[in-house]
Design a protein around this ligand. Structure first.
Ligand SMILES: Nc1ncnc2c1ncn2[C@@H]1O[C@H](COP(=O)(O)OP(=O)(O)OP(=O)(O)O)[C@@H](O)[C@H]1O
Ligand SMILES: [Mg+2]
Length: 383
């Protein structure tokens, strides 16, 4: 048993889940193996329908695995009902009691557990401070904003001091600005209380903003688990690369010249692979911010790209000013549309102009070529 397993707050051991109905069996999760460490802010991230809520409901005890074993704090939880598991769940809908004020909503769970009056008061006041709602403790939910209601729901779960707090898209109903504020708040609160948070979202930015680690699910399968930086810089699959930020992909057969490997696109166009480049068929991912645009008309002050840069030809077809950057679209020789986000105005880069798309080989990431992978490219110029 390694250190992580010894400390895991939640362990999925070969978990599968199949829903049965009159119309047949629907497999939703297959062979999920995952350790969520004690005190981690851990996110389950993936597109709609990939099984995030189902995974969360299995931790809470509202759904039962069809196969495999689920452990909390190293102990199997099979047969333990939801209210006896040391976990609490915060739903997207908040589910506050409308006829109770903020204080009573938060206190309710402690009353039901028979916690003594003075202790109840101490704990409610503690979480009211934590979520910064002490001034509103006598208000009813209807007189609160969405963000305030969200904080009451959070306080109501935290007051029970669960070992694990489960959050199912709790910020989805909030507007973009409030959501960003609540992300910072959630992270602060999680760090203050040190409880393991398992946060479900389909929003990459939300997961990145808060999480220590993220598991990416795709159709009930675990694609990759790692820190946001791992997922961004070392995606294990095309799916992860596409899901996490903008991705630029090139595919082709790997050739070698001397001690260097490259994918040849067309005459004069090379994608040099990192020193440990793949063999056979390969897909190269380049993040938009690592790409530089250069003019090809011979008067560009940069001149021709250096021979050690990766370079692909493209022709500009469209540009838009989007406030923080310019969005430039171009077409490669193979007909793929390239999207560029340039911080600088690049007045010379206008529709009809031929450009080089370039980047340093160290900034390529090779991932195994997968069926259905097409050559597409988006790029961003930062200068
Ligand atoms: N009780 C059920 N019976 C049959 N199928 C179900 C049941 N609950 C969920 N499913 C199916 O299981 C799959 C996963 O559902 P789940 O709610 O876990 O997805 P999700 O990742 O949370 O999606 P979303 O981001 O839309 O909330 C979906 O295809 C869904 O239709
Ligand atoms: Mg869901």
């Amino acid at each position: 048993m390694n250190a992580l397993q010894a400390e895991a707050a939640v362990t999925f051991k070969g978990i599968s889940k199949v829903f049965f109905s009159k119309t047949g069996a629907t497999p939703v999760i297959g062979d999920l193996n995952l350790d969520i460490g004690e005190g981690e802010f851990f996110s389950l991230l993936g597109p709609s329908g990939c099984g995030k809520t189902t995974a969360l409901r299995m931790i809470a005890g509202f759904e039962h695995p069809s196969g495999g074993e689920l452990l909390l704090g190293g102990h199997p939880v099979k047969g333990i009902p939801p209210h006896k598991r040391d976990v609490n769940i915060v739903f997207q809908s908040y589910a506050l009691f409308p006829h109770m004020d903020v204080y009573d909503n938060i206190e309710y769970g402690l009353r039901r557990k028979g916690v003594a009056r003075l202790e109840r008061r101490r704990r409610v006041e503690e979480v009211l401070d934590l979520v910064q709602l002490r001034d509103l403790s006598k208000r009813r939910p209807a007189a609160l904003s969405g963000g305030q209601q969200q904080r009451v729901a959070l306080a109501r779960a935290l007051v029970n001091r669960p070992r694990v707090l489960l959050l199912d898209e709790p910020l989805a109903a909030l507007d973009a600005k409030l959501r960003a504020t609540m992300q910072t708040e959630l992270r602060r609160i999680q760090q203050e209380v040190g409880i393991t948070f398992v946060f479900v979202t389909h929003d990459q930015h939300e997961a990145f903003a808060m999480s220590d680690r993220i598991a990416i699910l795709n159709a009930g399968r675990l694609e990759q688990v790692g820190s946001p930086a791992d997922l961004y810089h070392r995606p294990a699959s095309r799916f992860v690369a596409d899901f996490v930020g903008h991705s630029n992909f090139f595919t082709g057969l790997v050739s070698t010249r001397g001690d260097r490997s490259f994918i040849g696109i067309a005459d004069g166009e090379f994608i040099w692979l990192p020193a440990t480049g793949a063999q056979g068929g390969s897909a190269v991912l380049v993040r938009p911010e690592n790409i530089e645009l250069m003019l090809r008309d011979g008067v560009d002050r940069h001149g021709d790209p250096q021979g050690d840069l990766c370079r692909v030809k493209a022709t500009v077809i469209e540009r838009q000013f989007l406030g923080s950057h310019h969005c430039i679209k171009a077409r490669t020789g193979s007909g793929e549309i390239v999207t560029c986000e340039a911080r600088a105005a690049h007045p010379g880069i206008v529709p009809g102009i031929e450009i080089w798309v370039t980047w340093h080989p160290d900034q390529s990431t090779t991932i195994p070529d997968q069926p259905g992978v097409s050559t597409s490219l988006e790029m961003e110029k930062q200068s």
